[in-house]
Design a protein around this ligand. Structure first.
Ligand code: ADP
Length: 167
């Protein structure tokens, strides 16, 4: 039997923190399905399609990683895929508070689902998609925080046209 997990999130955009969790997940699971949330309460910078494409480029050639998108409840998507394990990353106490609520809600919705949490690696502990958007928008480098493909896409989105009006 193949052991599979779903690593779901907004990935707006994917960071090296996300990639690290997915890659470490591959040491435990035969396959990781990276599921991009299409409609979340968060307003996104990238469309779901753009987020899927970035992840596909990042994990190009990695047969054990599948990139997909889902809409609605994660438990429904997991059930539809026949996968019972969800893999999530944990960074801070703030993450813990949020994740424990989500975990309890998901368990109530579907008792068969198990959620596994992996502690972030120290260097990614303060890395989030929001922080990286801020860094790039102020002209900083995403080196060591995002994949070059993500840096390119972020610059296109956030810096295109900027500076044209500078004197
Ligand atoms: P969501 O909107 O569902 O929180 P995110 O894309 O922000 O989606 O995060 C998806 C998952 O990745 C979550 O489990 C989150 O805690 C985890 N994650 C995000 N950034 C990091 C990081 N730097 N290190 C480890 N895990 C992370």
């Amino acid at each position: 039997m193949k052991h599979e997990a779903i690593c779901a999130g907004s990935f707006d955009p994917p960071t090296d923190g996300h990639i690290n969790i997915i890659e470490r997940g591959l040491k435990i699971f035969d396959r990781v399905v990276v599921a991009v949330a299409v409609n979340t309460s968060k307003e996104s910078l990238f469309t779901a399609d753009e987020r899927v494409k970035m992840l596909q480029e990042i994990f190009k050639g990695q047969e054990k990683v599948e990139i997909d998108a889902f809409d609605g409840l994660l438990v429904n998507y997991a059930r539809k895929r026949g996968i019972h394990t969800i893999l999530r990353g944990l960074r801070t106490v703030g993450d813990y508070d949020f994740e424990s609520q989500i975990a309890l809600a998901n368990k109530t919705l579907d008792h068969e689902i198990e959620i596994l949490y992996m502690m972030t690696e120290g260097k990614y502990a303060h890395l989030s998609s929001s922080i990286i958007k801020e860094i790039i928008s102020f002209g900083g480098s995403g080196c060591g925080m995002i994949h070059p493909i993500v840096a390119e896409r972020l610059k296109e989105k956030l810096l295109k046209g900027k500076g044209r009006h500078r004197r």
